[in-house]
Each structure stands twice: as structure tokens, then as C-alpha cells.
Ligand binder design. Structure first.
Ligand code: ZN
Length: 663
């Protein structure tokens, strides 16, 4: 599971930290702002560690094409045609059409496909089909390919959404992501339900590494392995993992790599579980990595996992914070406001750390989560624990890049609130992320016999809400003061205010006019904020205030707001523990989906005047291996100067691992 950035533009503290001359902000286009992140401490690693990271980051970049293909069947073909035009077009490169094509290509790179990375709606090209046809032909793109992709790019009725979660529709047939082919939602659900044994205490994650297709009337799974679908990419990743293996930090980490190679080779789901158990238990090394089929947000049924990778090393200083939380995990579990039947009697091995990202790949690039908690399997987490990380250098880059954006001044209700958020906003935001990842996702348990997938399309939203509420409830707990994690009993109010403001108001800047809320994390935040608004009405806990034609959020009673977070946490945990589909559906549909069009329009207008990009993503640093005459690596250098388009073109050249058609 991934946690994404809560705020469209985080409210940065402008007081304490000094500015450094690192250029965090980079180019801006469409609704996107590119940032750079600093890999603090890389130079101080040993040669062995640098070499390990070098091979792992190569492996991280090598899976890029997999994600493009997972996100849509024509994405690789479209990227290919656009890149040919971008590099080779000899016509007027200053024309409006060519400029629009440039922006479109940059968005396709950013989203790993033709749909918005967050809202999942298809991009409107902004240049004419005639221009594209003529330009593609002029640079030698095959006419058959042009004819094939034109309707996909230009006809708004074809593949309009990557992930469709609209109630009452066939979510599989209407989603453009490439996880199912000619299969209905009912057929897909039946196919996987038939494989499940409700009495198996250790169920594998059926369907996580395959495409489900209908061939000659029969439904078959096409697995992703080194010799089947995505074989060329996975085989190259396996080779790089073999090169990395001798430099692993300990023997246990070598065993992790061996098991991952075995999984990529066989596609066996029991092997995958064994791999995740080894991975979750391998907590000693400084350097760690994720490489594989991981996040299920791109599948409307939440089964198929998108490919992603991150290579990282521990931030030892900041990790003291998360270690304090995990050492007290049992205390938090025992005191949580949920029904004791749904609590974990024994919280197992939650390992939590703050990490420095060295490279981002697949579904973490360029748009990245700021925290990750893995593995996803419920029983593995229960019996073997999970690893939870917050990515310190990315959060830091977001905060530094947001300095002086004017966002907080525009939307916060008064100066006292602005001061509060400036003083404690970054700190409590980090703490909330830690609580969400280290404790929230790992807390609670399912009642025996409850199918972990029973909440179906609502599962991701409910799970994120559960983790967020756990964090919200405890960020205000006196225990944090006692543990020395907050400097004041008032600090939590900064997090409460920004959370409510975001859920009720400012996250709407990420939604197109007329659209509903689709993305799981956004649905979760809307659900929590609107539920608390409504259930706190009689005590006027939170309210909307209109002033000079603008709407603000006012929190009147922070203590009661905490109580509401606790009540909702208890209810959400019950829904999850009992597998109450109807309960999940009612909560999400009533509070998490709909948008007030009037308020939406106002928020978009105010946001537009600030001239900020609602989404951000990262340009990776470039690692270069320095070799001696024998080819041995003698050093690995890091460089931050590569431009966004140069990076994307280089990746398409050097890490193009799949054919244009993967059927
Ligand atoms: Zn999460």
C-alpha cells in the first residue's frame, strides 16, 4: 500500500530551516510541477553499497515498459509514435499543434500512459488528428500503427477512463487498464472466487501477477514471468538482480533476492508469499529495495498489481522517530477505540523507518508515494509483520518546493490557524504519515473466515481510511508528548485543521469540473472529513464559514473532533473486520464520492489565481558507474542535472524492454 501526498500544496513551515541552493523546483506543464530530490548521504556510502545501489537502480528503471503496458494496451505504441515526432519532426516546431503535442507527450511520460495518473481520465490531445497523422507519417511511423492509435488518442468515447469505479457499471469492461481482456466483471469475480478456499488461513493473492483474458470462449490467465507475458523485461531485471546479489548487505538479503528471482521465473504465488516473508523480516540492512508487482489501485477489482520499484537507504537520524512508534505498537493497538474483538492481540514485528530514496521506478515514478507499507497480504502481515517506510527526502523536497506558494494564506481561515500550521504543520504531517504507515495499516484484524477481498471496489478506500483515522486519533494522544515526539499538546491541531480543510475543500483542486472523486486516498479523505462534518453538526464541531464570497473551514472543537475520528475508526474497523460490503458501500458512496459543484467551482477559481500545479513528480538523479580497465566498478557518481525530457528519452532508449505489442 502506498500513501500519497495529502495536500495539493503542503503548508510549509517558513521559519526554522535555512534554504539551501539545491534547485528543488524544475519545469512546469499542464497541471504538473516537476521537482528534484536530493539523495543526501549517497557519497558517504561504501563502494560496495554504492555498487549494490547501482545495479538495483538499473533493475528499477528496467521495469518501466511493464507499467506502460499495464496502464493500457496501446500506451507503448502511442509513446513510440510521439517520441519519434518529438525527436525527428522537421516541420514547424513552434506551431501550436507541435507545442500541444509536446505537452501531451510530457503528460504521457508522467502518467505512463494516456490517462491522468491520479484522476485516470483520458487526456485530450490539444492538437489535431490531421496534424498528428501527417507528423507521424513524416517521421516514418508505420501507417498501420498510426491508424490503430488515432482513435484511441482522439475519440473521447474509446477508453475514457483507466480505472472506472462508477457504481452500477461493469467496472472491468469500462476500465482501460490492461489487466483484463474481453472479460466481464462477473466473469472475473467468478474466476477468482472459484479458486478461493474460505478455510485456508494462508491464501495466496490470486490474480496479482497476470492478465485475465478470454481465448476461444475460455477464460485463461496470462502470467507475467521471465518466459511469458512481459518476459523480456523480467528476464533483464533478473539479470540485474543477479549482478546486484554479491553486493547485498547480508546473507538474508541475498536470500530475498534469490526468492524474488524464483518468483519472476516461475510466477508461483506461494513463492511470492515466501519472498515477501523473507523481505519483511530482512530489517537489518541499511540499503533496501522494492522491485515487483505491488500496488493494486490500477485494477477496479483491486487484485492485479502494478509494477514498481524504489531503492533506498535508511535515514538513521529520522528513523529514531518511527522506531519509537513501533516499539510502542502494542500500546497503541491496545488503546485504540475499536471493538476489542477487532484488535490484534499481539502486534507482530512492525518495522518502521525513514528512508532516503535513491531511485524511483515504475508506479512510483515520476509521481511518487511518500510512504509505503508492504507486503499487502493480510495473513503475511498478521503472522510475519510488515515493513513500513516514510520517504524523508521526498517529503522534504515537497516542503521546500512549496515555500511561499500562498496556498495556506488563501485557504486557512485566520492568522492564528496559519501560524499554527506554519509552526507544527510539517512535523505533525510527518507524524501522521508515520502513524498511518507504521501502525495504522498494521493494526486490527479480520474476524475468522472473512474474505480479505469482500469489500471489493471499496476495499482500498476503507483500508486507507482505517490507516488515516488511526493516525488522526493518535496524533492528538498525550502518549506522543510522553514519547517526546511532539513539543506541545497543541501541535496536533495543525494536522487536524489541514486534514479537514483538505478533505472538505482543497483536495477538490485535483478534480476536473463535473467529475466525482475516484482515487482511493482522495475518497478516504472526503469520507472522513464529511462524516465528521455531519456527525459533529449538533455540537458545531466543524463548520463551513463564508466570508467575502469565499468558503473556509473552521474547527470549533478540536477535542470533540478527535472523539469523532475515534468513533469513525471504530466503525470503519468493524466494516473491515466483518467484511461488511454494504456498510463499506454506504459510507464511501454517501461521504467519499460526490462533489458539491458550487463549492468545487469556487475552490478551483481561488486555486487558479495562485497559479500552482496541483500535482508534482520527481526527476531521478543519474547514477554512473566508473570502471577500471578490467571493467570493475571503482566508483558510482550521482548527478542531478538531467532535464525531464532528456531523462524520459534516455529511459525509452536504454530501458526499452518490451515490444510495442504485448497481446
Ligand atoms: Zn496507506
Amino acid at each position: 500500500m502506498a500513501i500519497s501526498l495529502a495536500m495539493a500544496a503542503p503548508a510549509a513551515a517558513q521559519t526554522t530551516e535555512q534554504t539551501d541552493d539545491f534547485a528543488y523546483n524544475n519545469e512546469r506543464f499542464a497541471d504538473l510541477q516537476m521537482l528534484r530530490y536530493k539523495v543526501e548521504g549517497f557519497e558517504r556510502l561504501s563502494l560496495r553499497q554504492k555498487t549494490f545501489i547501482y545495479y538495483l537502480q538499473e533493475a528499477a528503471l528496467t521495469g518501466r515498459d511493464i507499467l506502460f503496458d499495464q496502464n493500457g494496451r496501446f500506451n507503448l505504441r502511442i509513446r513510440h509514435a510521439l517520441e519519434r515526432i518529438y525527436t525527428d519532426y522537421k516541420g514547424d516546431r513552434t506551431s501550436a499543434d507541435f507545442q500541444a503535442l509536446t505537452v501531451y507527450l510530457k503528460r504521457v511520460w508522467f502518467s505512463s500512459g494516456i490517462h491522468h495518473h491520479y484522476g485516470s481520465e483520458k487526456f485530450e490531445p490539444g492538437f489535431s488528428e490531421e496534424f498528428f497523422h501527417q507528423a507521424a507519417q513524416s517521421v516514418g511511423v508505420a501507417p498501420s500503427l498510426i491508424n490503430e492509435i488515432c482513435p484511441v488518442m482522439f475519440n473521447p468515447d474509446i477508453m475514457p477512463k483507466r480505472v472506472n469505479l462508477a457504481e452500477g457499471q461493469d467496472l472491468v469492461l469500462t476500465s482501460a487498464s490492461n489487466y483484463y481482456r474481453d472479460v466481464t466483471q462477473q466473469e472475473a469475480e467468478d474466476f477468482y472466487t472459484a479458486q478461493k478456499d474460505p478455510n485456508d488461513p494462508h491464501p495466496v493473492m490470486f490474480g496479482m501477477n497476470s492478465r485475465l483474458v478470454k481465448e476461444n470462449g475460455r477464460i485463461v490467465e496470462k502470467k507475467w514471468t521471465t518466459t511469458t507475458l512481459y518476459g523480456p523485461a523480467l528476464a533483464r531485471i533478473v539479470n540485474l538482480l543477479r549482478l546486484a546479489r554479491p553486493y547485498a548487505e547480508d546473507a538474508d538479503q541475498q536470500a530475498v533476492i534469490d526468492k524474488l528471482i524464483e518468483f519472476y521465473t516461475t510466477g508461483d504465488l506461494h513463492t511470492f508469499d515466501q519472498y515477501t516473508i523473507l523481505w519483511a523480516g530482512n530489517t537489518a540492512p541499511l540499503i533496501d529495495f522494492v522491485n515487483g508487482f505491488t500496488e493494486c489501485y490500477g485494477d477496479p477489482l483491486g487484485l492485479k498489481c502494478s509494477w514498481e520499484s524504489i531503492v533506498n537507504f535508511k535515514d538513521l537520524e529520522a528513523t529514531k522517530r518511527t522506531e519509537t512508534l513501533s516499539q510502542n505498537a502494542q500500546w497503541f493497538e491496545d488503546h485504540s477505540p475499536v471493538d476489542p474483538r477487532f484488535r490484534k492481540e499481539k502486534v507482530k514485528g512492525i518495522s518502521a523507518k525513514v528512508i532516503t530514496a535513491a531511485i524511483l521506478g515504475g508506479d512510483l515514478y515520476p509521481s511518487s508515494a511518500i510512504g509505503i507499507n508492504l507486503p499487502n497480504s493480510d495473513w503475511v502481515r498478521r503472522e510475519h509483520g510488515s515493513k513500513s517506510v516514510t520517504i524523508g527526502n521526498l517529503t522534504d523536497a515537497y516542503n521546500k518546493a512549496a515555500r511561499g506558494s500562498g496556498f495556506l494564506d488563501e485557504f486557512a481561515i485566520d492568522q492564528a490557524t496559519i501560524d499554527l500550521v506554519r509552526q507544527y504543520g510539517d512535523l505533525t504531517d510527518d507524524l501522521h504519515t508515520d502513524l498511518h504507515e507504521c501502525l495504522g495499516h498494521g493494526s486490527g484484524r479480520l474476524l475468522p473466515g472473512v474474505d480479505p477481498d469482500s469489500l471489493k471496489a471499496y476495499g482500498s478506500t476503507i483500508e486507507e481510511a482505517r490507516a488515516d483515522l488511526f493516525g488522526l486519533y493518535y496524533v492528538a494522544d498525550p502518549k506522543l508528548r510522553e514519547l517526546g515526539l511532539v513539543p506541545s499538546d497543541e501541535a496536533y491541531k495543525a494536522q487536524y485543521y489541514t486534514y479537514m480543510q483538505n478533505g472538505l475543500l482543497t483536495q477538490l483542486v485535483r478534480i476536473q469540473p463535473g467529475n466525482n472523486i475516484e482515487e482511493a486516498h482522495m475518497r478516504n479523505r472526503a469520507l472522513i472529513a464529511h462524516w465528521c462534518l455531519e456527525h459533529g453538526k449538533k455540537d458545531n464541531v466543524v463548520e463551513f464559514v463564508r466570508r467575502d464570497g469565499k468558503t473556509y473551514v473552521r474547527v470549533n472543537d478540536y477535542v470533540k473532533l478527535r472523539d469523532l475520528f475515534g468513533q469513525l475508526l471504530a466503525e470503519i474497523q468493524r466494516v473491515k473486520s466483518e467484511g461488511d460490503f454494504a456498510g463499506a458501500q454506504a459510507l464511501v458512496e454517501q461521504y467519499g464520492v460526490k462533489v458539491d459543484p458550487e463549492l468545487h467551482r469556487e475552490v478551483l477559481e481561488r486555486y487558479q489565481r495562485l497559479n500552482l500545479a496541483p500535482y508534482k513528480g520527481f526527476i531521478n538523479p543519474v547514477y554512473t558507474a566508473v570502471r577500471d580497465a578490467q571493467g570493475n566498478i571503482t566508483d558510482v557518481t550521482i548527478d542531478y542535472s538531467e532535464a525531464y525530457d532528456q531523462q524520459m528519452l534516455r529511459y525509452s532508449r536504454d530501458y526499452s524492454t518490451l515490444p510495442l505489442v504485448n497481446d
